[in-house]
Design a protein around this ligand. Structure first.
Ligand code: MG
Length: 269
């Protein structure tokens, strides 16, 4: 019996935190030009590592803009304007992102809508004007490209990203492994669930063992509530964007298996 894998993209195949940082930094330099005066590449690497940890609790891509400034304020007392940056830890941010977000916006005297607009404007312009460097700010997780190249299973991608962008990233890092018609860009969690239903209905998929790999626990829990999806094996990507708390919760849910990256790569091959 063959296998069918439906894979989320960000946090399963692709680590996009480098791109999140770079977009946020570009936008931050527009509104807060002096913020980066004392930022060197090792501090930048540190910021990207912290984004990877906090990413699971961010509510919108634009949150990266706030997060980058807050992280820099934590490390650089000279630029500190918010009352919370001193002594704050990344665990503290994960615990209370919503509260912190509102507070820093107020203390920085910034207008949320204007920042949202700026963030997406910068991101869209970057993609339009220089797609190659935008793609290059992303990466596939170690071993994933080889696993995709040698995979014998039927693989689909079901992602919250717009499908053309998932497509160009895959083309760059794992050329010709997944054809565009097997990449579904979805607008919501329920839309993702709908795609899984459609995949299992297809005549050519009858008899295949079904697997869904996702880094967002809420999406897997949503899948569990759908009796139609009872035939799917559900996996949480242990290397993706989820918190320790979510991993601990997933460990108590019998339907969900927590995968490690090396096991995932082996499974695909
Ligand atoms: Mg994801």
């Amino acid at each position: 019996m063959g296998d069918l894998y439906a894979l989320d993209f960000d946090g399963v195949l692709c680590d996009s935190c480098g791109e999140s940082y770079a977009t946020a930094a570009k936008a931050a330099k527009v509104i807060w030009p002096t913020l980066f005066n004392d930022v060197d590449s090792s501090l930048e690497d540190w910021v990207v590592d912290q984004i990877r940890i906090v990413r699971a609790v961010l509510q919108n891509r634009y949150d990266n803009l706030l997060l980058v400034r807050l992280l820099l304020e934590m490390r650089l007392p000279s630029i500190r304007k918010s009352s919370v940056a001193e002594g704050l830890t990344v665990e503290g941010i994960v615990e209370n992102w919503s509260g912190l977000k509102n507070l820093i916006l107020k203390e920085w005297g910034e207008d949320k809508d204007a920042l949202v607009k700026l963030y997406f404007q910068v991101r869209n312009e970057w993609k339009l004007q220089d797609l190659k460097t935008w793609i290059g700010a992303n990466r596939l997780y170690p071993g994933v490209a080889d696993a995709l190249k040698s995979a014998t299973s039927v693989i689909y991608i079901v992602t919250g990203k717009q499908s053309p962008f998932a497509e160009v990233i895959l083309q760059e890092f794992a050329k010709d492994t997944i054809s565009p018609e097997r990449i579904f860009g979805v607008s919501s969690c329920s839309h993702k669930i709908e795609i899984l239903k459609q995949l299992q209905e297809k005549a050519e998929h009858q008899g295949l063992k079904l697997h869904f790999v996702e880094d967002r626990l809420a999406t897997l829990k949503e899948a569990i509530t759908e009796p139609e999806l009872d035939g799917w094996n559900l996996y949480l990507s242990g290397w993706g964007y989820n918190t320790q708390k979510e991993k601990d919760e997933a460990a108590t849910i019998p339907r969900i298996e927590i995968l490690q990256l090396s096991d995932f790569n082996t499974k695909l091959k």
